[in-house]
Write a protein that binds this ligand. Structure first.
Ligand SMILES: Cc1cc2nc3c(=O)[nH]c(=O)nc-3n(C[C@H](O)[C@H](O)[C@H](O)COP(=O)(O)OP(=O)(O)OC[C@H]3O[C@@H](n4cnc5c(N)ncnc54)[C@H](O)[C@@H]3O)c2cc1C
Length: 368
């Protein structure tokens, strides 16, 4: 049987693309290798409230926490706390979120087959590759893989639990990236990704040795989770003949933070619509034209800023964080879009802090 549109992967991007294609009149099948949509959950679940609203409309059912404060730790442990006037970010239950997207796909007429692994023998007119970071589909159809780094997380119970703060720890705790704590109703998800070193070991060291984290008084470790964070930005080519890569598989995560739920879904929606158009004879490349018109500039700026951050020495980061806080820039940045960070990055580039970026930028030119 030749399917009109086959979507590989029942994560948020695959389900979003599938729903959009079905609403545009195409016959769509999603194959998901896991038995349950939303399982296993490897995501911290931190997303912008605005982005979530754009995707779901009403979102209360999938909420775990509302974030009102961000606490930034410098490499030497200085603390900078920023309060957001309105709740800018929220933490979602990814299992509930993914299941809600599945219900919507179902209502749009998408066939979702779980416990089904993609096989190259499956026939389709258009393939939407939404396999996340696995890379098996990409390899089999000759598409590139996005750049990613490994991550480790643990869910922990702590005595001193705060339900409205996200913490970011910079420096050697997570070389080349950062560590985080995210509140989930009654416990914390603590994690890190790293460009160098082994995340599981780095996370163990962070939990045992970080003095600020120790003040939370950990009482119990609930579970461990592993995954890969996509940080390289979108692939150079996201469409090849009758195949399109979306979500993490296409590199549609923020290079600055690895957050991929919102931009993954928004761009996947464009892919779904282009796939339905391709069934009617239009070009699938319409996807590339559209996402580049809407998001290219932001992705490029985020990629550039992330590269500079990764190449900063600890003392440079220490200085830039102190100055950004003292000048009120950190507070002001809270007013910018959390997903499309291009304008926030341009604001930093116009500030006096930009001078600290020169050396890391030069170093980034030699980055492998
Ligand atoms: C540690 C960590 C923390 C993160 N925290 C955040 C966060 O706080 N906020 C945020 O926005 N993003 C976060 N992310 C990123 C976010 O999880 C991803 O961007 C998002 O899940 C991408 O969605 P997707 O649909 O593209 O891929 P996925 O959610 O990975 O879904 C891909 C699906 O494809 C299925 N699949 C793969 N191969 C096959 C195959 N061959 N056949 C059939 N099915 C297949 C998989 O089983 C999976 O269900 C985090 C990622 C990690 C690793």
């Amino acid at each position: 049987m030749v399917r009109e549109i086959l979507v590989v992967g029942g994560g948020p991007s695959g389900l979003m693309a599938a729903t959009e294609a079905a609403l545009a009149g195409a016959e769509v099948t999603v194959v998901e290798e896991d038995k349950e949509i939303g399982q296993p959950d490897h995501c911290a679940g931190l997303v912008s409230k605005d982005g979530l609203q754009r995707i779901l409309g009403v979102y209360e059912d999938v909420l775990l926490s509302r974030i009102r404060r961000v606490r930034l730790f410098s490499p030497r442990g200085r603390v900078y706390e920023i309060t957001t006037a309105d709740e800018k970010a929220v933490v979602i239950d990814r299992e509930k979120f993914d299941r809600e997207l599945m219900r919507r796909a179902d209502r749009a007429g998408v066939e979702v087959v779980t416990g089904a692994l993609y096989s190259p023998s499956m026939s389709f007119k258009v393939l939407i590759n939404a396999e996340g970071t696995k890379g098996r589909v990409a390899r089999s159809v000759g598409m590139d893989l996005p750049r990613s780094i490994p991550a480790a997380q643990v869910d922990v119970e702590v005595r001193n639990f705060e339900d409205d703060v996200v913490e970011i720890y910079t420096g050697s705790w997570a070389p080349g990236f950062f560590a985080w704590t995210v509140p989930r109703k009654d416990h914390l998800r603590v994690g890190l990704a790293a460009g160098r070193g082994i995340p599981k070991e780095l996370l163990k060291r962070f939990i045992e040795k970080n003095e600020s984290f120790a003040k939370k008084s950990l009482t119990r470790v609930l579970r461990e989770l592993f995954g890969k964070v996509v940080i390289g930005g979108p692939l150079k080519t996201t469409v090849r003949e009758n195949v399109v890569s979306v979500g993490d598989a296409g590199g549609f995560s923020k290079p600055t933070t690895g957050g991929g739920v919102i931009l993954g879904c928004l761009t996947a929606k464009l892919a779904g619509s282009a796939a339905a158009g391709a069934i009617r004879g239009a070009s699938l490349s319409e996807f590339e034209r559209k996402w580049k018109a809407l998001y290219w500039k932001d992705f490029e700026r985020m990629r550039f800023a992330a590269k500079i951050f990764r190449n900063m020495k600890e003392e440079e980061l220490e200085r830039i964080m102190a100055e950004a806080y003292n000048e009120g820039l950190l507070d002001r940045l809270m007013g910018y879009d959390m997903d499309l960070q291009g304008r926030a990055i341009a604001r930093i580039a116009r500030s006096r802090l930009a001078r600290y970026a020169v050396l890391p930028f030069l170093r980034s030119l030699f980055e492998g």
